[in-house]
Ligand binder design. Structure first.
Ligand code: SF4
Length: 322
């Protein structure tokens, strides 16, 4: 394994038992993330992207596959190892409000991770560290004694980012961190995250349903559909060439500001396949305009169609004239 790979995931699976059978939330996902880069993970709600981030962080146990962090196999770790690992691997949630204690003030919330890990020797040191972190994430010191419910969404997300970075991690899963925010605030939070990445050489998995949000922050993009990777490439490459019918539909849904851009929106029709005991087929087949017999009885493998550009579609060459 190359030295500059921060996270390597091999054939990762997460199934949940349900009364109707096994729900395949993540089904054989493989990727590497280089240190200091961002992997954007994109797909509709229910595609398994958030579950993927949580399995990587051991917030859910995996059903199968392997996870390597800085070359070390962390697929199965003890409680004590996980406790140590959490210093390095953090998460920023979509709505930090739902993941924090509403009775705690801003300074208490930001101090909490340091207290859990007993990383400061005195009250003064703790206060200094909290103040520094508030500064870094753009929270005015006058807000130190405020409560999250008194703040707007942007400031609440800054608390979430402060809690994530105060332990000085090297890797962060960002789970729809700007989806609940106004567009103008989204840009501020994305800029803050990019600045932090540059300064601290952070590695991100950035999970979102919105491709336009990850366009600028991602180094690579992975598109997921019902637990599987359907397309994966460098972000620039993916925005210039999309080969999978589902990615084409996602890109076509991004509003264009250029009046000369006559890209037509591709509307997806048909039913979503059930993720419970899915059959041996392309999961996108019921909604795909190009589906043929083979698509309904064989899972398409992920194959490299251009350097570093992977697509899972039986008809990818035919559809795209490759
Ligand atoms: Fe469509 Fe078949 Fe390709 Fe699936 S494998 S995306 S159904 S053409």
């Amino acid at each position: 394994m190359e030295n500059n790979v921060m996270l390597s995931v091999k054939d990762l699976k997460k199934y949940f038992p349900t009364p109707g059978g096994m729900l395949h939330a993540v089904d054989g996902v493989t990727f590497d993330i280089q240190k200091g880069t961002t992997l954007g993970v994109v797909g509709e709600s229910g595609c398994g992207k958030s579950t993927l981030g949580r399995v990587v962080l051991h917030l859910h146990n995996s059903t199968g596959g392997q996870i390597f962090f800085e070359g070390k196999d962390i697929t199965h770790v003890s409680k004590a190892e996980l406790h140590e690992l959490r210093k390095q691997m953090q998460i920023i949630f979509q709505d930090p409000f739902s993941s924090i204690d509403p009775r705690m003030s801003v300074k208490q919330l930001i101090a909490e991770p340091l207290q859990i890990y007993k990383l400061t020797k005195s009250k003064e040191e703790l206060e200094k560290k909290v103040k520094e972190t508030m500064d870094i994430v753009g929270l005015a010191s006058r807000l130190a004694d405020s409560y999250a419910h008194e703040l707007d969404g942007g400031r609440r997300q800054r608390i979430g980012i402060g809690r994530a970075i105060i332990l000085n991690p090297s890797f962060i899963v960002c789970d729809e961190p700007v989806s609940a925010l106004d567009v103008s605030i989204q840009a501020q939070i994305l800029n803050l995250m990019q600045d932090l990445q540059e300064e601290r050489k952070l590695t991100y998995i950035f999970v979102t349903h919105n491709l336009s949000v990850v366009k600028h922050i991602s180094t690579d993009i992975m598109v997921m559909y019902l637990g599987c990777t359907v397309e994966k490439a460098n972000a620039n490459e993916l925005f210039h060439h999309q080969y999978h019918p589902y990615t084409k539909a996602l890109i076509s849904a991004i509003p264009h500001v250029d009046p000369d851009d006559d890209t037509k929106r591709i509307l997806l029709k048909g039913e979503l396949t059930s993720p419970i005991n899915p059959k041996n087929a392309c999961r996108f087949a019921p909604r795909c305009n190009y589906a043929c017999e083979k698509c309904h009885c064989e899972v398409p493998p992920l194959e490299e169609v251009a350097p570093g550009h992977f697509v899972a579609c039986h008809r990818v060459r035919e559809i795209n004239g490759l």
